[in-house]
Write a protein that binds this ligand. Structure first.
Ligand code: NDP
Ligand code: 8X3
Length: 259
């Protein structure tokens, strides 16, 4: 296992779920953290907790990744001691709605595409040039099983995660003559605020997604992200698909106790 102590890690979507778990895991490994999301208060609370518990430096940055100009500004205006980012975790993302394509809400589609695809691109375009200049860096994208195996009523979310997979693989080719690494961690069901967001705050409906099936925790996924980040420099974990044991594909899930 390679040490990542004192590296600088930039995590998008750190105010909840997988991003928040990644923040804990990286702080535990001794890295300093730039934490981005829209909900500043949550970031401030998390930052204070990580500083106290791990003695690392943490910079909370209120950022909507959909806003290209704001992303450019946020990267440009990073204080000098934060500019040399070693690891970028492109995690911010969401699903909105679960509808047949011909009945879908186009505002939901725009939000997913703007966040999951364009947001990831704006952040990557801002941060990767510095990594190339320094000949040092690791980009870890959070994809999904939905980016390999589409499911009904999920066409647009699926498409955004297929896009993340294409971007990950093509970027790895673009950077093959550099020491930079590009990984993706692609989970199945993970219990986070994901379904609450997907169903626009309907907690009852969101709860049914995780009822009677043992799904992954955000810590399980952060553990995989940390594994990717701590391989020796000559080893690239290209892709990890991580599913609950009771989920065999996007649509094949076993509800109830395992035999
Ligand atoms: P959560 O809803 O718990 O977390 C999503 C995070 O993304 C939040 O911190 C949210 O912060 C942030 N975010 C959303 N929109 C924006 C935006 N426009 N700008 C900046 N940050 C934003 O869900 P998860 O932790 O589950 O999701 C994280 C990633 O994991 C997503 O990319 C998702 O697609 C992926 N994933 C999730 C799975 C699951 O089953 N949960 C399975 C497979 C993949 P804020 O609202 O404060 O901006
Ligand atoms: C999230 C997994 O199957 O809920 O990417 O869309 S799923």
């Amino acid at each position: 296992m390679a040490s990542i102590r004192d590296m600088i890690v930039f995590i998008t979507g750190a105010s909840s779920g997988i991003g928040q778990s990644c923040a804990h895991a990286f702080a535990d490994a001794g890295t300093h953290l730039i934490l981005c999301a829209r909900r500043r208060e949550r970031l401030e609370t998390l930052a204070e907790q990580l500083r106290t518990e791990h003695g690392v430096r943490v910079l909370p940055v209120e950022l909507d990744v959909r806003n290209r100009a704001a992303v450019e500004r946020a990267v440009e205006e990073l204080p000098a001691e934060w500019k040399a980012i070693d690891i970028l975790v492109n995690n911010a993302g969401l699903a909105r709605g679960l509808d047949k394509l011909h009945e879908g809400d186009v505002n939901d589609w725009e939000e997913m595409i703007d966040t999951n695809v364009k947001g990831l691109l704006w952040v990557s375009r801002g941060i990767i040039p510095g990594m190339v200049e320094r000949s040092r860096g690791h980009i870890i994208n959070i994809g999904s099983i939905a980016g390999h195996d589409p499911y009904p009523k999920g066409a647009v979310y699926n498409a955004t995660k297929f896009a993340v997979d294409a971007i990950t693989r093509a970027l790895r080719m673009d950077l093959v003559d550099t020491p930079l690494r590009v990984s993706s961690v692609d989970p199945g069901l993970v219990e986070t605020e994901f379904s609450l967001v997907r169903f626009h705050g309907d907690a009852d409906r969101a709860g049914t997604v995780y009822n009677d099936i043992q799904v992954c925790t955000p810590d399980d996924i952060a553990d995989a992200v940390l594994y990717c980040a701590t391989r020796p420099a000559h080893v690239s974990v290209n892709q990890m698909i991580i599913m609950p044991t009771a989920q065999a594909s996007s649509i094949v899930k076993h509800v109830g106790p395992l035999k």
